[in-house]
Write a protein that binds this ligand. Structure first.
Ligand SMILES: Nc1nc2c(c(=O)[nH]1)N[C@H]1C(S)=C(S)[C@@H](COP(=O)(O)OP(=O)(O)OC[C@H]3O[C@@H](n4cnc5c(=O)[nH]c(N)nc54)[C@H](O)[C@@H]3O)O[C@H]1N2
Ligand SMILES: Nc1nc2c(c(=O)[nH]1)N[C@H]1C(S)=C(S)[C@@H](COP(=O)(O)OP(=O)(O)OC[C@H]3O[C@@H](n4cnc5c(=O)[nH]c(N)nc54)[C@H](O)[C@@H]3O)O[C@H]1N2
Ligand code: SF4
Ligand SMILES: [Mo]
Length: 737
């Protein structure tokens, strides 16, 4: 079941870490604490698993002594992480033992939002949900149920539940995260693209804050590149840890990144610095690009961005000089300004001009397990009927949001649908590993809508802000107390990884595979869950690969033997690429966008300008917290207990604000209070807060009511092309209280 590590293997891990540390002090965030103690005493186990403190799901080794989890470390065998984990991964121990965790099912007894619940048994909770779902289905049809989750290894259970119930209204969080990027990439290449950070020589980052807003494997890739001498150009209105590590930081004016990108295209085209053979072989519409890009000069971009024209020219030339081992990163959180979709299109065009696809140090198509071995299998389940109605949010629906992905939807439209009953009634909502009240803009509207529902169910590990308004709260086992299905981690080389149970559940909590099976039984759709336990699910998954659940439990992860990175164009620069656009080419000029009435080339729209006294309201994530998930996790709370309002000294002085003063941040929607942090690390027309505070639920006892919630201040605006939320194009006033 588990892997016993001897002192010798531990020393091996220490040596590997030592090698990584030799890269320099910037590694300090990733340094795994090493197991201590002279010898491995009896009663100590080391079990491989996968972290769930964020969705990078790094491989970990958990040290357990006499049934108590003592320490979490990175799995030293993982090359991509260098055997390291981050502070959040380390702190999972304190989540496991946090007295604030959900300990048993809850059924609401008071008004929604009152926080009055009673302890319920699982059977009571299932019966409550099952009865209401059956009634809602009979009265309004199955599409009256919406479900949402942050994608995770338990997706097959939630998706099977939704499909068997018959609803098309399945959401992810994506419209508040990378949707404009994803749609731009799918429009241009027909699929997503990824970066070969470690082998890159010149990398341009539009606010991708690798050394603060982390995933360990990506950050390690950038560190490896920099250790070889790679240059990193970083644009952010704020001076961040990535700015500190970058070759060059430009404090760009918020929302003007597209101007910088267009001017770089201008220089590369005008000076003929692109890869002509690549463009001729793979690109469609280059002829249209030339006249289109002519007006977007560096001088014009300098006015927009506040960055000198000569600097823009230099970055463009350096990018081209280093091609194909150079890239402009597509970014991750891209739910920001209305120009974001076209920014990601412009970046796609830049990478095309550099000819960096499928060569080391460039960009690549993901190579799934099926390319090397066989895809994972599944337990046997009946083919679900096709939902009778289209999605309520219009994602993928002609005339509404035809390009927004059907599999993700537009979660920030759900409140409107519930409130108006248009295009049809949605009466029940299930939130799994997702907290829309905290995460989705226009919190007031989300709450008002949730209060109108006939049924709201949350499944989480904490009493979240969404749970606070729920009828039933289902406690999932924490990730250290459960086994999930194996999941694929596909990068240059595919792998499968397993999260396995380390210790028995401490409370009356259950794993997802069990909850959805039992809930399906109560809702009369149990036929789709014909497995007995998670081992049966794992057996079915692994059978095509000739592996058993025990194989994976021992090692924690598996890669096809001798799997080497595949770069499709490494040997043959004309090799076919799996471009899934209609033209089968890279759509520099997009007929597809044109057909839907959207600009086929990345036309610039300037960001809205702040009225007098107002400031751009910008948020970002902290190195020691994950989005809205960890503010209450004890060890992480100790590291950062609240957020502050970052103001430039000139903006502060103009408002009579001193460092540490209590200030009010006011938008058209609401007012929030926190302490001012007066700092030169931010542009004067911009105010910044870390995302994740201003929480409502008393169940998050350490943080309730502390700091600023962005989503209380923001309206829910939508990019008409991708369906992405626009979370950075709002202005706020800041006043001394
Ligand atoms: N204003 C504003 N809004 C934003 C952002 C922003 O910067 N500003 N960022 C956006 C981004 S990038 C994203 S990705 C979204 C994220 O939005 P969410 O997906 O809502 O946020 P997460 O922090 O990932 O965590 C979701 C929930 O998962 C729960 N959870 C953690 N582990 C487990 C588990 O093992 N089981 C269960 N059942 N639950 C678990 C946590 O307790 C938390 O309630 O928010 C977006 N919203
Ligand atoms: N520690 C930690 N790591 C995380 C997460 C976390 O919450 N904590 N969340 C994970 C998730 S879900 C995501 S989506 C990724 C997000 O990864 P990123 O996209 O890197 O993260 P953000 O923190 O949302 O934003 C990054 C930076 O954008 C800057 N910015 C704001 N406006 C502009 C602008 O107009 N132009 C430019 N160029 N920059 C601007 C902000 O100042 C901020 O520093 O991180 C992932 N990793
Ligand atoms: S990046 Fe940190 S929190 Fe995320 S999975 Fe890896 S160790 Fe865990
Ligand atoms: Mo995200």
């Amino acid at each position: 079941m588990e892997r016993r590590m001897t002192r010798r293997t531990l020393l091996g891990a220490a040596a590997a870490t030592g090698a990584a540390l030799a890269l320099g002090p910037r590694l300090r965030w990733f340094e795994p604490a090493l197991a201590t103690g002279p010898a491995e005493p009896a009663g100590v186990r080391f079990v491989p698993s996968a972290c769930e403190m964020c969705t990078a799901r790094c491989p970990i080794i958990v040290r357990v002594r006499d049934g108590v989890v003592e320490k979490i470390e990175g799995n030293p065998k993982e090359g991509a992480t260098g055997g390291a984990i981050c502070a959040r991964g380390n702190a999972a121990v304190s989540l496991l033992y946090d007295p604030d965790r959900l300990k048993y099912p809850l059924i609401r007894t008071g008004e929604r939002g009152s926080g009055e619940f009673r302890r319920a048994t699982w059977d009571e909770a299932y019966a409550y949900i099952g009865e209401r779902l059956t009634k809602i289905k009979a009265e309004h049809g199955p599409e009256a149920l919406a479900v949402a989750r942050r994608p995770n290894p338990n997706d097959p259970f939630l998706l099977t539940f939704a499909q068997a119930f018959g609803t098309p209204n399945v959401f992810t969080h994506e419209s508040t995260c990378p949707q404009s990027r994803n749609v731009a990439l799918e429009t241009t290449f027909g699929t997503l693209m990824f970066h070969d950070y470690a082998n890159c020589d010149y990398l341009v980052l539009f606010g991708r804050n690798h050394f603060e807003t982390l995933t360990v494997p990506q950050a390690q890739g950038v560190i490896k590149a920099q250790a070889r001498g790679a240059r990193v150009i970083y644009l952010d209105p704020r001076f961040t840890p990535t700015a500190a590590q970058a070759t060059k930081h430009y404090a760009i004016r918020p929302g003007t990144d597209l101007a910088f990108a267009l001017a770089m295209i201008h220089v590369i085209v005008r000076e003929k610095l692109y890869d002509p053979a690549f463009v001729a072989t793979y690109a469609a519409g280059f002829d249209e690009l030339e006249p289109f890009i002519a007006p977007y000069t560096p001088a014009w971009a300098a006015e927009q961005t506040g960055i000198p024209a000569a600097e823009i020219v230099q970055v463009a030339r350096d990018l081209a000089l280093n091609k194909p081992r150079s890239a402009v990163e597509y970014g991750w959180f891209t739910a920001s300004f209305a120009s974001d979709f076209q920014l990601r299109r412009a970046i796609a065009i830049l990478n095309t001009l550099l000819g960096n696809l499928e060569v080391p140090g460039g960009t690549f198509f993901t190579k799934g397990l099926a390319k090397y071995a066989k895809p994972l299998g599944s337990w046997k389940r009946p083919t679900p009927p096709k939902p009778g109605k289209p999605r309520a949010d219009g994602a993928g629906v002609p005339g509404r949001y035809p390009l927004a992905p059907v599999k993700d939807g537009i979660i920030h439209h759900l409140p409107e649908i519930i409130m108006t009953g248009q295009p049809y009634p949605v009466k029940a909502f299930l939130a799994y590993r997702f907290d829309p009240v905290a995460s989705v803009p226009d919190q007031q509207r989300t709450i008002a809508a949730f209060k109108q529902l006939d049924l709201l169910v949350t499944m989480d590990v904490y009493l979240t802000d969404t749970a606070l308004y729920s009828d039933v709260v289902l406690p999932e086992c924490s990730f250290l107390e459960r086994t999930d299905p194996a999941f694929e981690v596909s990068s240059l080389v595919p792998k499968i990884r397993l999260r396995q149970q380390i210790v028995p559940p401490m409370h009356d909590t259950r794993p997802a595979w069990r909850v959805f099976k039992e809930l399906a039984g109560a809702a009369g759709i149990g036929d789709s869950f014909g497995y007995r336990d998670i081992d049966e699910v794992l057996t079915a998954q692994l059978a095509p690969l000739g592996l058993t659940p025990d194989d994976l439990k021992k090692a924690g992860q598996w890669a096809p033997p001798d799997a080497k990175p595949i770069y499709l164009r490494q040997q043959n620069r004309q090799a076919p690429l799996p471009l899934a656009t209609k033209s089968k080419k890279i759509d520099v000029y997009s007929e597809h966008l044109h057909e839907f009435g959207f600009p086929p080339l990345p036309v610039y729209t300037a960001p809205p300008q702040p009225l007098e006294n107002r400031l751009y309201f910008v948020q970002g994530k902290s190195a020691v917290h994950t989005n809205i998930a960890t503010q209450n996790v004890p060890w992480l709370h100790e590291l950062r207990a609240t957020n502050e309002v970052w103001l430039h000294p000139t903006a502060a002085a103009a408002r009579g604000i001193k460092d540490g003063d209590l200030v009010a941040v006011r938008s058209d929607r609401a007012e929030q209070r926190a302490r001012a942090k007066v700092t030169e690390f931010i542009r004067p027309e911009t105010v910044f807060v870390y995302h994740g505070w201003g929480r409502l639920s008393p169940g998050l006892s350490r943080v309730t009511g502390k700091g600023v919630s962005g989503n209380r201040l923001l309206p829910a605006r939508t990019d008409p092309i991708s369906g992405s939320a626009l979370l950075r194009d709002t202005f706020v006033e800041v006043l001394k209280v």
